[in-house]
Design a protein around this ligand. Structure first.
Ligand code: T5A
Length: 216
């Protein structure tokens, strides 16, 4: 059977604080869409290309010196430029669906709201990186900092956390969460907030409702 397609593709991003369940939910949505014969590509940021994955490794683990917030912004943006042009746009152009684990709103929340960089500079950088193709729908999975840490601590089981972002403090992650909620308030047409502090199936039902409406 021919795959279902959209004239300009459909671009959906999954955002939220650490451990909010983005990866889990995105995979469930991808399975469901593929069952309905859609062409679906799942990807992530930072990452999605060989260059992006190398930059990801650097951004998450580099400890030889402090990475300045401005340098951090440029590294995330460099990875995004490669990702958008080489992976995302080609899929959208042929009418496919792209599901992306984190995208521009993570830059705004982490490098803007939490690191304190000028939000106008970040907006300009994001616009340049996405080549005019913003997401059609963004799901923010909202979870308290404490619940996110609790979920991720199961993953590390007492080992030291290497990830530069996951090991940042409570204040940093509170700013990230508030940042995502503020982004949602500013972009009500594109961004939907879903309460992630519930069982996977209930969160999935709300997400599917949002995606069903984006599809129809
Ligand atoms: N970043 C990224 C920036 O600073 N700027 C940027 O521009 C971009 C793009 C990426 C880091 O980079 C930063 C943000 C990040 O810190 P990452 O590893 O991709 O690093 O980090 P996360 O996206 O936060 O990935 P995580 O894997 O940590 O979290 P997820 O994907 O939100 O959560 P998930 O699905 O892996 O689930 C976490 C745990 O919770 C359980 C799962 O089984 C898993 O164990 N879980 C639930 N438990 C109970 N109830 C539920 N409903 C659950 N859903 C999942």
């Amino acid at each position: 059977m021919a795959k279902q397609t959209y004239e300009n593709g459909l671009f959906i991003t999954f955002e939220g604080p650490e451990g909010s369940g983005k990866t889990t939910q995105m995979q469930l949505i991808a399975d469901r869409l593929r069952e309905q014969e859609y062409e679906v590509v799942t990807t992530r940021e930072p990452g999605g290309t060989p260059l992006g994955e190398a930059v990801r490794h650097l951004l998450l683990t580099f400890r030889d010196e402090d990475i300045l917030p401005e340098a951090e912004l440029l590294l995330f943006s460099a990875a995004r430029v490669q990702h958008v042009r080489k992976v995302i746009l080609p899929v959208l152009k042929r009418g496919g669906i792209v599901l992306c684990d984190r995208f521009i709103d993570s830059t705004t929340a982490y490098q803007g709201y939490a690191r304190g960089l000028d939000l106008n500079v970040i907006d300009d950088m994001n616009a340049f990186a996405v080549c005019g193709r913003f997401p059609d729908l963004t799901i923010v999975l909202d979870l308290s900092v404490e619940d996110g840490i609790r979920r991720l601590s199961g993953r590390y089981q007492g080992q030291q956390v290497d990830d530069r972002f996951e090991s940042a403090g409570h204040t940093f992650h509170s700013c990230v969460r508030e940042g995502f909620l503020d982004i949602a308030r500013k972009h009500p047409g594109r961004v939907r907030v879903v309460d992630a502090n519930r069982p996977v199936e209930l969160v999935q039902a709300d997400l599917w409702w949002e995606i069903y409406h984006a599809l129809n």
